[in-house]
Design a protein around this ligand. Structure first.
Ligand SMILES: [Zn+2]
Length: 314
């Protein structure tokens, strides 16, 4: 079952109510809740199709919203919905086809990497999946739009210019984030390939899939997906990349190792060269060889530079 009790409680009330009440979790309640959520999802999907048929919603918008609704639901709920669509609705065959394919060719195969421990360590975190997050953020956008409308339509005389501007700004910011989340979420879920490194950085330098790498932002995921074309043999899915945060993908690991080693050697070489030059420019306090001359042994043979020649004052 996709939706557990904790998630259910979140979906029942507003999406913005913080930690859900787990005390009410129980067998019968759970069953009733499950049905409610399923009904609500089905209603939302049906409203969406209805809106499209009435010309309120464009085909493109309808499909993009439906995509995330379907990602959120259990497979059999979606199957029921698609069957209902085929038998009880008058839809153009190509629209019906587009809806089915959105599910069977995309959403159905989405898999999101899960880290069950991460949110349980934070007492106030609501554990959720990417589709649930997208859904919730989308609801926030809808509510902010509604608030804007209400600010204009409030029937008591008030100067609400500042309130309007604030909500408008919030709407703009949240909408932008939702768009990025949707795009990145789809790339992660569908297992799209991402480039291992950002432009200008060598692949062997630690990137998001390295042991010390930080997780990517949605924007970075979208960016790296667009860069993956040029370096497909090194590209990998986000799930694979972050699963190697402690152990690197072999190919990348080897290159990181080689690159690290070369960097260390080059740096040692440079520091040694500098110190050697400085020491050689001095007179050796031990064998008395002058500036630029090599050190000599007691018997007059050339030797490596005497240690004290490195540390003595010029
Ligand atoms: Zn010497």
């Amino acid at each position: 079952m996709l939706i557990n009790q904790k998630k259910l409680a979140n979906f029942q009330g507003s999406a913005f109510v913080g930690r859900p009440n787990l005390a009410a979790a129980g067998g019968y309640d759970s069953l009733v809740n499950q049905t409610l959520v399923t009904d609500r999802a089905r209603n939302r999907m049906q409203n969406l199709i209805g809106g499209y048929l009435q010309g309120v919603t464009s085909r493109e918008v309808m499909l993009s919203i439906l995509k995330w609704e379907m990602a959120l639901m259990d497979g059999n709920v979606v199957d029921d919905f698609l069957r209902d669509l085929r038998t009880n609705w008058i839809l153009d065959p190509d629209v019906l086809d587009a809806v089915s394919r959105t599910y069977t060719e995309n959403v159905q195969h989405w898999v999101f990497p899960e880290e069950p421990q991460s949110s349980t360590q934070l007492p106030d975190a609501i554990e959720c999946t990417i589709p649930e997050l997208v859904e919730s953020a989308g609801m926030a956008v809808g509510i902010l739009r509604q608030v804007l409308n209400m600010l204009v339509g409030v029937n008591t005389r008030l100067n609400l210019r500042r309130a309007y501007e604030s909500v408008e700004q919030a709407l703009h910011l949240v909408s932008e984030e939702v768009a990025l989340l949707e795009q990145a979420g789809e790339l992660v879920g569908s297992g799209a390939l991402l480039a291992p490194a950002f432009p200008g950085r060598k692949v062997q330098e630690a990137s998001w899939c390295s042991t010390k790498g930080a997780p990517l932002t949605p924007k970075q995921i979208i960016w790296l997906a667009s860069l993956a074309e040029g370096q497909r043999e090194l590209s990998l899915t986000y799930a694979d990349g972050i699963s190697h945060h402690s152990t690197l993908p072999q190919l990348v690991a080897e290159q990181v190792l080689v690159g690290d080693r070369q960097r260390i050697w080059a740096e040692e070489e440079r520091v040694f060269g500098e110190e050697y030059g400085i020491a050689l420019a001095r007179t050796c306090p031990r064998c008395n060889s002058g500036p630029g001359e090599n050190c000599r042994s007691y018997k007059g043979m050339e030797t490596s530079i005497h240690k004290r020649r490195y540390t003595t004052a010029s």
